[in-house]
Design a protein around this ligand. Structure first.
Ligand SMILES: [Zn+2]
Length: 293
């Protein structure tokens, strides 16, 4: 029995080492794109893109100040601030900072921006401990994917509303990618049309462990429920925390004065989520096979 326990412990240590190397390799691969600049622009209605080439960050202009949706990795907080200024906005006018999910690549600038603006941070209830602890769920000690802890001023759950001036966003619980993963829905006026916009939280497996000692208990059921929920949502504009979720660059290149806005694409969410679901099943099978080896 003792021998078995020691063996299991060694396996656990090895798994941790492999995980740490995976994280380092992952970061080395994605960081160049995540930190590459992208020219800010008005995306649709009162929504503006102020992120990088690899991480999406948005500003929503309301009649009573600005809402910031996410930040990026801390290395580019200055770039995000410059992008906001380039559009003629003042960083000091940010009243609310909303979060899609508590991963370092979307929260890395929170502490700095919150301190600078006094803005209120609003995030999914189940992500509150992660934001206030500054860690990746299930990998509390991995400093490669940690971030400066930040106080959550308001925690939201399904159906909660956030209003600033003339703009209201509705929170939708879409857990899995993180336990408090929150998709935000709002209406954007484009010309004389109202468009239903969804800032989809995320549904990729990323660095999450689905089996054995999962990233958090119930993670697989959460992903499945989120896929079903998202597929049933009717929206006109899909946005997400990374540009590749909705082909931002290609659509941006298609934008033309007087032409229909290429970001309006009803049905795109369902197609995207079907792809996520297929990838999830593959990853789940792969992780299960690795467990039983
Ligand atoms: Zn993430």
């Amino acid at each position: 029995m003792k021998k078995l326990a020691t063996g299991l412990c060694a396996i656990a240590l090895l798994a941790t080492a492999v995980q740490a190397q995976t994280v380092k390799d992952f970061l080395a691969a994605v960081m160049p794109k995540w930190t590459a600049p992208f020219e800010p622009f008005r995306l649709i209605g009162n929504i503006y893109y102020v992120g990088t080439d690899g991480i999406a960050v948005y500003v929503i202009k309301t009649s009573d100040g600005l809402i910031l949706m996410d930040t990026a990795v801390p290395q580019v907080t200055g770039m995000i601030k410059d992008n906001i200024a380039k559009l003629g906005f003042k960083v000091a006018d940010i009243k609310y900072i909303l979060n899609s999910h508590a991963h370092f690549d979307h929260t890395g600038g929170f502490a700095e921006l919150k301190k600078e603006t006094g803005a209120q941070l609003i995030a999914g209830e189940r992500d509150k401990p992660l934001l206030e602890g500054g860690y990746y769920p299930g990998d509390e000690k991995d400093t490669d994917i940690s971030f400066t802890p930040v106080k959550v001023d308001r925690a939201v759950k399904e159906g909660d509303k956030v209003t600033l001036g003339d703009t209201t966003l509705i929170a939708h619980d879409t857990p899995g990618h993180t336990p408090g993963c929150t998709s935000w829905e709002m209406t954007a006026k484009e010309g004389d049309k109202d468009r239903d916009v969804l800032f989809f939280c995320s549904g990729t497996v990323a660095l999450n462990r689905l089996v054995g000692e999962p990233t958090y208990p119930g993670i697989v059921d959460d992903y499945r429920a989120t896929f079903a929920k998202a597929k049933a949502m009717k929206i006109d504009v899909l946005l997400g925390p990374h540009p590749e979720v909705y082909g931002m660059q290609a659509k941006r290149a298609q934008m033309k004065d007087g032409a229909p806005n290429p970001f309006v694409k009803p049905g795109e969410l369902a197609t995207y989520v079907s792809g996520l679901e297929q990838d999830f099943d593959k990853q789940l099978a792969k992780q299960t096979a690795a467990m039983t080896k």
